[in-house]
Design a protein around this ligand. Structure first.
Ligand code: ZN
Length: 112
């Protein structure tokens, strides 16, 4: 098995694993009313999306050179890496923001 094939395989497993985790955590968080679990589920979901991006990049980079891309398609890798990083930073920011909001708002102040 080449490095590329095993990278693709690992990415597939990571997608399958994270899908299971996202479902279990999401359902448990929803029914148990636990924001921490829901945030975890969102995190697993973002992992799935970045794995899909990586998978797309790996598959695309393997394509042989064609008329439009005479030097092959390997140049997509830095682009995909950039997209994954941008995506992860964005979702980390959203999760951080949401949890701060969640800490600040839901608990009612007891009346004096
Ligand atoms: Zn092409």
């Amino acid at each position: 098995m080449t490095n590329e094939q095993s990278a693709i395989r690992t990415t597939y497993f990571s997608i399958i694993g994270n899908t299971g985790l996202a479902l279990v955590k999401g359902l448990a968080g929803f029914f148990g009313n636990s924001y921490a679990l829901i945030a975890d589920a969102i995190e697993s979901t973002t992992d799935i999306f970045s794995s899909l991006l990586v998978l797309f990049g790996l598959t695309y980079a393997k394509k042989p050179a064609d008329d439009n891309h005479p030097y092959g398609h390997g140049k997509i890798e830095p682009l995909v890496t950039f997209l994954v990083v941008a995506f992860l930073v964005t979702s980390a920011t959203v999760i951080a923001y949401e949890s701060i909001e969640n800490i600040r708002t839901p608990h009612k102040v007891p009346k004096p």
